[in-house]
Design a protein around this ligand. Structure first.
Ligand code: SF4
Ligand code: SF4
Ligand code: SF4
Length: 419
């Protein structure tokens, strides 16, 4: 099997195909801390792409409540368990070496096996095919928290405080990760799945697909889904006409996807980053996505240990137990939460860009404003400035302009009920 470099793991790994990379990569950053679990994103994707016969149980975007919720049911517990068993069988310990941080290994080096390396005979990657019933209840365990250990009713009368709540849950927003090394593509015997060179979006060629479901079996995130009416598999298409700038609304500039643009919680930011021939992200300091993932490192990939190189990056929730978060987002969790808790002046401004325009933002600028608050966070002095952040679209036009202190508009008394 060819060897490819996976920067999220800080090392080479086995993959079905020779190393190849797109010119740009479709990326999203999701801030878990802000999600209100409203499922508007889920509904927007369904109303756009999966409203037809045979797609009833197909949710390309879903929001599940962790730790118990998952769609399909128990998808991550099942694949993590298989990976654990493979490590035990091979007598290999899965761990991260964070002493070797570098530009090419921002999270250190992963010393365990990926799903490709742990694959059994006759499979490209470790996987399983969910049963039909596991797809039926996409939001099982919604808003279900863990139980409080000190009380037999499972309730705490003490309330909750950071850094870790004693009973907790959080929402995990999920779409296809448009991976660098997609397990779905590696698994397909028909070579029907491809990664587009222009934007890294992973698509299934419906004319080639014969519905063997190998992609459903081997995508560790379970984001490829089978449609019985067409006997083919389908998956999130990253709303590619919008990414291509084909929406007449915005003069041909790339737009964020449907699930991103509808989000009332303002948790989502979507864009494109430039990729070097060796797969590294080319430095683009003032692209907000590059800044959040590569400079601040507050947004982390989901289960990087699977080894597919996923490109949805999450700002981890501040209140959940750190060991749980580390197994989910890798070893960068503690630093990410520390930086998010006491954000730098620049980070505070850049966070205003989430969900302010439908256009993808390719560059930002900050106009410095006055000091408005001096306080302490975790015993350290911290200042807030009312800076203005300006986001520019692909054509260099101003797409959004926001201050850190958002203006407050009060309705005049005679119009209080004039909605
Ligand atoms: S998340 Fe799954 S379906 Fe999407 S590109 Fe990665 S392996 Fe393929
Ligand atoms: S990017 Fe588009 S196709 Fe993919 S989950 Fe979001 S709305 Fe659906
Ligand atoms: S629309 Fe936004 S806030 Fe609502 S569930 Fe989806 S990601 Fe969360």
């Amino acid at each position: 099997m060819p060897e490819v470099y996976n920067w999220q793991l800080g090392r080479n790994m086995d993959y079905a195909f020779e190393e190849a990379h797109p010119e740009k990569q479709f990326v999203a950053v999701f801030n878990i801390n802000r999600c209100i679990g409203c499922q508007t994103c889920t509904g927007a994707c369904k109303a756009t792409w999966t409203f037809s016969k045979g797609q009833e149980y197909m949710w390309w975007n879903n929001v599940e409540t962790k730790p118990y919720g998952s769609y399909p049911q128990h998808w991550d517990i099942k694949i993590l368990q298989k990976l654990d068993e493979a490590h035990e069988a091979a007598n290999v310990k899965s761990s991260w070496d964070t002493s070797q941080l570098s530009e090419h290994a921002p999270y250190g080096v992963y010393n365990g096996m990926t799903i490709t390396e742990a694959a059994g005979l006759n499979e490209q990657a470790l996987g399983y095919l969910p049963e039909d019933k596991e797809w039926r209840a996409p939001n099982f365990y919604e808003d279900t928290s863990t139980a409080f250990q000190g009380d037999n009713l499972g309730l705490s009368t003490e309330g909750a405080s950071l850094p870790e709540h004693q009973t907790w849950f959080f929402y995990l927003q999920r779409i296809c990760n448009h991976c660098s090394y997609p397990a779905c593509a590696a698994a397909c015997p028909r070579k029907a799945i491809y990664k587009r060179p222009e934007d890294g979006i992973v698509l299934i060629d419906q004319a080639r697909c014969r519905g063997y479901r190998k992609c459903v079996e081997q995508c560790p995130y379970k984001k490829s889904m089978y449609r019985s009416t067409t006997r083919t598999s389908e998956k999130c298409v990253a709303c590619y006409p919008r990414v291509e700038g084909k929406d007449p609304l915005f003069e041909g500039v790339p737009m964020e996807t449907r699930c991103m643009t509808v989000c009332p919680g303002k948790i989502r930011l979507n864009g494109l980053v430039d990729i070097a021939p060796d797969g590294a992200w080319m430095e683009d300091r003032y692209n907000p996505i590059y800044y959040l993932v590569m400079v601040e490192k507050i947004a982390l990939p989901l289960y990087p240990q699977f080894g597919t190189g996923p490109h949805v990056y999450y700002i981890p929730p501040r209140w959940a137990p750190r060991p749980y978060l580390r197994q989910m987002f890798g070893p960068g969790v503690d630093e990410a939460i520390a930086r998010y808790t006491a954000p730098s002046r620049e980070l505070l401004a850049v966070q205003q860009l989430f969900r302010t325009t439908q256009r993808m933002i390719f560059r930002y600028e900050i106009e410095e404003g006055p000091l408005v608050l001096e306080t302490e966070i975790n015993g350290q002095p911290w200042q807030m400035y009312d800076d203005v952040v300006i986001g520019y679209d692909a054509k260099g036009q101003v797409a959004s302009r926001l201050s850190v202190i958002e203006p407050l508009h009060e309705r005049p008394p005679e119009r209080l009920n004039s909605i």
